[in-house]
Design a protein around this ligand. Structure first.
Ligand SMILES: [Zn+2]
Length: 477
């Protein structure tokens, strides 16, 4: 079903060429269509007028491509559980949902709601996004599960899981007294482990609702479904495959990360893969904020230190409008997380920083979002011009280098010279250094050498607050 926003007599839909289209029906009649690689052009018998709502039915079949390396190399995942029973899933972010069902396969548009019917052998369960609205046992040994998503949803988030699951339920009640159903689909042999392990879902919801506003999909509920791959943020039906393991910080980062995508990626969604940092940097940073919720700022900084695994060989922002998804690194995750941590410390006002996050998730709840939407909120709320910051961290691969010289003038007195060497013009990020033993002070370096005298500081007491900023440092003689 689609609404016409511009008069048309033909339409493009996407479906991988290995899938066979049998017929396309419009007003109970077969209509013409032409296939060209993964694209199908549909021809209507007359012009469809602006503002009209129309239906087409696409009858298709085939064996969808298999995932080579799920969830990154997308496709179907055919597996067996420990009892040798079928275990089927699909993950298609990046490659596109049109690998298994026909749609307008572009991030800039989302279905407003979605129904999916899964007919599976009755000894298995078929689990998809949203609410189970009907379950019907058929005479042929199969059962039909009908699921309704009553929210806008990215195509790649639409999923199916078929296995011998067992369902256990819980309920989360938020600060306003609203109830959210928590449904967990796990294997019977993992039931006890899962019951104990998934308790952290409530801690996560409490923390993320405090920071980012209420969970965006109360109507559709929250589900975790055992998957044979690591994880994927399928909206209201998160694929979970981390073996019920906590990391050394005491939480399951897959559960936390994928759930963070409900706010960053599923609720607010980018319109171009080039801006995928809006999903991944935030979801990765939310892992650190979850640490902060649980154990405070210091521990979250320790956690962030464990995320310093980036290579700085490509910018966080990819080339726009070319369906770019060819990242050579995981920098949009970890470097992105550190960029946000750095931004927080540049803003230097935690209350304001958390307001910015909340305004971002609230203003763009269930909407498309661009990088400039975020940077505008930052500049409007902080009243600061931070173009140089975003230019450097989003559009350049390299890190800014803080260059400095220290000379001993007399006992406990140092001559300190410093400057930025960065790719972004006018880079002038303020940072903190020690001006007295263990006392950090904000300084305002720019692209030219500046100097100051540090009284009361020994050479080995000088520190740059590298735990607060993503920078390189270079001491010159
Ligand atoms: Zn992610």
């Amino acid at each position: 079903m689609f609404e016409v926003i511009k008069e048309l007599d033909s339409l493009q839909i996407d479906l991988f060429s290995n899938m066979y289209i049998d017929s396309i029906i419009f007003l109970n009649e077969n209509i013409l269509f032409r296939r060209d690689s993964n694209v199908t052009y549909v021809y209507f018998p007359w012009k469809l007028l602006k503002g009209t709502v129309n239906f087409i039915k696409v009858f298709y079949n085939g064996v969808p491509q298999e995932a080579k390396n799920p969830p990154w190399g997308g496709g179907f995942v055919w597996n067996k559980d420990k009892n040798g029973k079928p275990w089927v899933g699909v993950a298609c972010e990046g490659v596109g949902a049109s690998l298994w069902w026909p749609n307008k396969d572009h991030l800039s548009d989302e279905p407003d709601r979605f129904t999916i019917h899964l007919t599976v052998p009755s000894e298995l369960m078929g689990v998809s996004n949203g609410r189970l609205v009907n379950k019907k046992r058929l005479k042929n040994g199969y059962t039909k599960y009908s699921w309704l998503v009553d929210n806008p949803i990215n195509n790649y988030n639409i999923t199916m899981n078929v296995a011998d699951y067992e369902l256990f339920k819980d309920v989360y009640v938020n600060v306003d007294g609203d109830s959210l159903s928590l449904d967990y689909y796990v294997f019977p042999y993992n039931l006890d482990t899962a019951r104990a392990h998934f308790v952290q879902t409530k801690d996560m919801l409490e923390c993320f609702e405090k920071l980012c506003g209420s969970y965006p999909f109360y109507k559709d509920g929250f589900k975790l479904v055992e998957a044979s791959y690591w994880g994927m943020e399928h909206q209201s039906c998160i694929a979970y495959g981390n073996n019920f393991e906590n990391n050394r910080w005491g939480f399951d980062y897959i559960l936390i990360h994928e759930s963070a995508h409900e706010w960053f990626g599923n609720s607010l969604s980018c319109t171009d893969h080039a801006e995928m940092w809006l999903h991944e940097a935030f979801a990765t940073y939310m892992e650190a904020l979850y640490m902060e919720c649980k154990y405070g700022f210091e521990r979250s900084v320790d956690y962030l230190r464990s995320q310093r695994i980036f290579i700085n060989k490509e910018p966080l922002l990819g080339p726009m409008d070319v369906n770019f998804r060819y990242w050579i690194s995981s920098d949009i995750y970890y470097k992105g997380s550190w960029m946000l941590h750095t931004l927080r410390n540049v803003i230097g006002d935690d209350a304001l920083w958390f307001d910015i996050i909340n305004i971002f998730t609230t203003k763009y709840k269930k909407s498309s979002v661009k990088t400039s939407d975020f940077t505008s909120i930052v500049s409007n709320e902080s009243g600061r011009k931070l173009d140089y910051f975003f230019e450097q961290y989003l559009k350049k691969a390299e890190l800014p280098v803080f260059k400095y010289k220290l000379k001993r003038k007399k006992k406990n007195q140092l001559e300190f010279e410093y400057m930025w060497d960065a790719q972004a013009k006018g880079f002038r990020m303020p940072i903190k250094v020690t001006t007295e033993k263990d006392k950090y002070t904000m300084i305002f370096p720019d692209e030219k050498w500046k100097s100051m005298t540090l009284d009361n500081l020994k050479m080995d007491e000088f520190k740059i607050a590298e735990h607060l900023y993503l920078i390189k440092t270079e001491q010159l003689k």
